[in-house]
Design a protein around this ligand. Structure first.
Ligand code: DSN
Length: 418
């Protein structure tokens, strides 16, 4: 008698219900968190597959386990598609997520206590670029750079000055809350001047880079890391791309340096996402993501909002709410009740604390994946304005939540049950 193997709804109705609830929530709300997206049904299928059953420590053709005839082909497809998509010389698809991918760069190039540089967290950098509460700020001598006080853009003169003074082993260029294009060539010149490795973390913009809507750091940076689940629309995971000269160092740092067995179900889903990202539709998606962010920024500016740097070049907008007399947290919570999902965020030189800062971070990757365009951006900026003007007006917030739900019905999200 085969063992009975009930479906999730029967085996664990509580979890099954919660998954249904989350799908319903994702369907009826506007997800403006710039690091979130909707993975396609094909990506979700690969990610929820039997490949989760396998151990395959090692790399293609050199594993510590037998039974790898299929897994090797899966990883080979993921690697070759990413090489083609980004034009990378070497690709490692095994990092579990963005933070371990970045740690691999440290392990490859730094010894404990070495100086490293990255954009400070309060200026829109990432924890793993050396912020003090992260292992990367505790085990290395972190020298964060900031933004210009004048225009709140990356201050390359300061980057150069600090790099000359501290001679970092790694300079990170990459951001989590920065609305402008990154000048990888300018960072390259600084890194060369001081003998640093240049590491680009393109987690937020990978889909834009893949779709030609943001310049690429490939061929400029020594190492490029990215998560795969943001604008790239893959599963939760990460990849590292590097010049061939650093392939061995990076591979050794990932395995056995930091990790054991790779998550093969994720590798398969990354391969699917890379295939999707090579289509003309994805190019259009990347272009539209930026066009929507610009349209949303224009709508907000027209309604008197103050945007950090005055607008956006990418998928992301950082609103400074100071002049509106509302904190980021109050606005984000009221917007959430209105069916508009955002996150509160520090603005440059924010006098407020990180848990209730002055800013709101929004972005267009997820709503663009639903097919929304300029006309919807107009509606969304008007709703944000209404909620920010009256965050405690429950009737208004409820009315907007109904309007949001109605709008969302016309734009089914990829990957969600109809
Ligand atoms: N936590 C991610 C974000 O929301 O930007 C970055 O890793």
């Amino acid at each position: 008698m085969p063992t009975r193997d009930p479906a999730l709804a029967e085996r664990d109705p509580e979890i099954a219900r919660l998954i249904r609830d989350e799908a319903a929530l994702e369907a009826r709300t506007l997800r403006l968190i710039p690091s979130e997206n909707y993975a396609s049904r094909a990506v979700l299928e690969a990610s929820g597959s039997v490949l989760t059953n396998k151990y395959s420590e090692g790399y293609i053709g050199k594993r510590y386990y037998e039974g790898q005839v299929v897994i090797d082909q899966v990883e080979e497809l993921a690697v070759s598609r990413l090489k083609q998509l980004f034009g990378a010389e070497h690709v490692n698809v095994q990092p579990y997520s963005g933070s371990p991918a970045n740690l691999a760069a440290y392990l490859a190039f730094c010894a404990p206590g070495d100086p490293i540089m990255g954009l400070g967290l309060p200026f829109g950098g990432h924890l793993t670029h050396g912020w003090n509460v992260s292992i990367t700020g505790r085990y290395f001598k972190s020298v964060p750079y900031g933004l210009s006080q004048k225009d709140h853009r990356i201050d390359l003169d300061e980057v150069r000055r600090l790099a000359r003074e501290h001679k970092p082993k790694i300079i990170w260029c990459g951001t989590s809350a920065y609305p402008r294009t990154l000048d990888f060539a300018a960072f390259r010149a600084i890194a060369d001047e001081v003998g640093a490795k240049l590491c680009a973390d393109i987690a937020h913009i990978a889909g834009l880079v893949a779709g030609g809507a943001h310049p690429s750091p490939i061929g400029i940076a020594d190492v490029v890391t990215t998560t795969t689940h943001k604008s790239l629309r893959g599963p939760r995971g990460a990849v590292i791309m590097c010049k061939q000269a650093f392939a061995k160092d990076i591979d050794r740092a990932v395995f056995p340096g930091l990790q054991g067995g790779p998550h093969n179900h994720t590798t398969a889903a990354i391969a699917v996402a890379a295939k999707e990202a090579m289509t003309p539709e994805f190019k259009t998606y990347a272009t539209n993501t930026v066009a929507n962010a610009r349209a949303l920024a224009e709508g907000l500016l027209a309604r008197g909002f103050n945007l950090v740097t005055g607008g956006t070049d990418n998928h992301l907008i950082l609103i400074d709410l100071t002049s509106r007399g509302v904190t980021g947290k109050i606005a984000a919570k009221a917007l959430d009740r209105a069916g508009i999902s955002t996150n509160y965020n520090a603005v440059p030189y924010d006098p407020r604390k990180p848990f209730d800062p002055s800013g709101l971070r929004i972005g267009t990757p997820a709503i663009t994946a639903r097919g929304m365009g300029a006309s919807e951006m107009g509606k969304i900026s008007a709703w944000i304005d209404e909620v920010v003007k009256a965050p405690s007006d429950d009737a208004l917030v409820a009315r907007i939540a109904r309007d949001v739900e109605e709008l969302c019905k016309g734009f089914p999200a990829p990957g969600l049950p109809m």
